[in-house]
Design a protein around this ligand. Structure first.
Ligand SMILES: Cc1cc2nc3c(=O)[nH]c(=O)nc-3n(C[C@H](O)[C@H](O)[C@H](O)COP(=O)(O)OP(=O)(O)OC[C@H]3O[C@@H](n4cnc5c(N)ncnc54)[C@H](O)[C@@H]3O)c2cc1C
Length: 377
């Protein structure tokens, strides 16, 4: 039996490791489009971008470490096609790799913007993007960041730390308004304004846009990387569509940013680091035991900006109602519950990591909103 893993990022590497941890001793082939060995991305918008940590700190396993795992790793090599019935992955050099089990872990690709203002714009996804941007973030540089999501805001904080003049532009009325309640966005905007960032909110950019900047960064989200699956017959709808056990087809799974799986009466795709570590363990167990079970999780992410750690557990839509349950939004530290109908939908907090993480059980138990409030008494 051979397991082929396409994508040598966080989720791809963790799949190989989990297979070995769970006793799988047969061949594993790991195919990675980038020339770098698997690495973790969060430091690329934080300490590595600021030059405080060497890029080597982000590497999760060197090629020697991969050899210890007994993984046949093909770096700098992309999957170009998939033959589901023939159980083969076609590579960009024209060769084929046969599989008995396939794990798709191709992550996501940053969205870009058309127009002359964005011709030389930076995006931030990989090591090469980070090193390129790092050379431009010099003291006094005027940096315009389009997109007040996590990547844009973390780049803004890092650029301010490096002495750049930073403007953040977004079409929405507050930062993070797509992913968190508007009140959180207000707090985060103030944090950045107190650190000297200028916002242009409610401001759409288009192909005619002119930006008075030395450096332009576009952080407007990412799309699941599924181009190698075109024509494969797998269902692709903003991600690789999987059942509740992360199976996309018999013997084929998807994990990490690219996976959209069935949960309850909807589907979910999560672009967070923790998800890219949890799903591989679930899939490895399924491959090793042959027993499918539903993947259950409480989605979690964190973001570090200046001295503040912002965390969110659970699922939030921007319109959900939020109630502060510890501290106050006018103070540096707080925790809030987010209501989703009668249920506790999410817990969001700033500079309160212990308190936020303690609430995970409430979400895992699918507590009602009232039960969750009562548990604090
Ligand atoms: C700058 C940055 C900062 C982040 N910070 C945080 C944070 O603070 N907190 C948090 O929770 N999350 C954070 N994230 C999100 C987190 O890093 C991702 O959720 C995680 O990297 C997803 O892992 P993945 O393995 O699914 O995808 P990726 O890490 O994108 O790995 C996919 C790999 O597959 C490769 N690939 C794609 N197509 C092919 C192909 N056809 N053939 C072969 N290989 C292919 C890609 O080149 C890539 O190396 C951050 C992301 C970025 C970019």
């Amino acid at each position: 039996m051979t397991v082929v893993v396409v994508g040598a990022g966080m989720a791809g590497l963790r799949t190989c490791e989990a297979l070995r941890q769970q006793g799988y001793a047969e061949p594993i082939v790991l195919i990675g489009a980038e020339k770098h060995p698997p690495y973790t991305r969060p430091p690329l918008s934080k300490e590595v971008l600021r030059g405080e940590a060497d890029v080597s700190k982000a590497i999760l396993r060197t090629t020697e470490g991969l050899a210890e795992l007994r993984v046949d790793v093909r770096l700098g090599r992309s999957a170009a096609g998939l033959d589901v019935d023939g159980r083969r992955v076609q590579l960009d050099d024209g060769s084929d790799v046969s599989f008995d089990a396939l794990v798709i872990a191709t992550g996501a690709t940053p969205r870009r913007l058309p127009g002359s203002a964005f011709e030389d714009a930076h995006v931030l996804r990989g090591i090469d993007d980070c090193l390129d941007l790092r050379t431009k973030l010099v003291e006094g540089a005027r940096v315009s960041i389009v997109g007040a999501g996590f990547i844009g805001l973390e780049v803004a904080a890092s650029a301010r730390a490096l002495g750049c003049a930073v403007t953040v532009i977004d079409v929405l009325p507050e930062p993070l308004a797509r992913v968190l309640p508007i009140d959180v966005g207000r707090v985060v905007r103030k944090l950045h304004e107190d650190n000297g960032v200028v916002f242009q909110l409610g401001a759409a950019v288009d192909t005619e846009t002119k930006l008075d900047a030395d450096v332009v960064v576009v952080g407007i989200g990412a799309v699941p990387e599924t181009s190698c699956l075109d024509g494969s017959g797998l269902t692709i709808e903003d991600g690789v569509v999987c059942d509740s056990s992360l199976r996309a087809a018999p013997g084929i799974w998807a994990v990490g940013d690219v996976a959209r799986w069935a949960t309850g009466d909807s589907t979910l795709r999560v672009e967070h680091w923790t998800n890219a570590t949890e799903q591989p363990h679930h899939v490895a167990r399924d491959i090793v035991t042959g027993e499918a079970s539903a993947f259950e999780t409480v989605p979690y992410f964190w973001s570090d900006q200046y001295d503040a750690k912002l965390q969110s557990l659970g699922r939030v839509t921007s319109t959900d109602e939020m109630q502060v349950v510890w501290g106050s939004l006018d103070e540096p530290r707080w925790v809030a519950f987010v209501r989703s109908g009668d249920q506790l939908g999410a817990v969001v907090g700033m500079r309160a990591p212990g308190r936020v993480m303690k609430m995970r059980g409430l979400l895992a138990a699918k507590s009602s909103y009232d039960e969750a409030l009562a548990s604090l008494a």
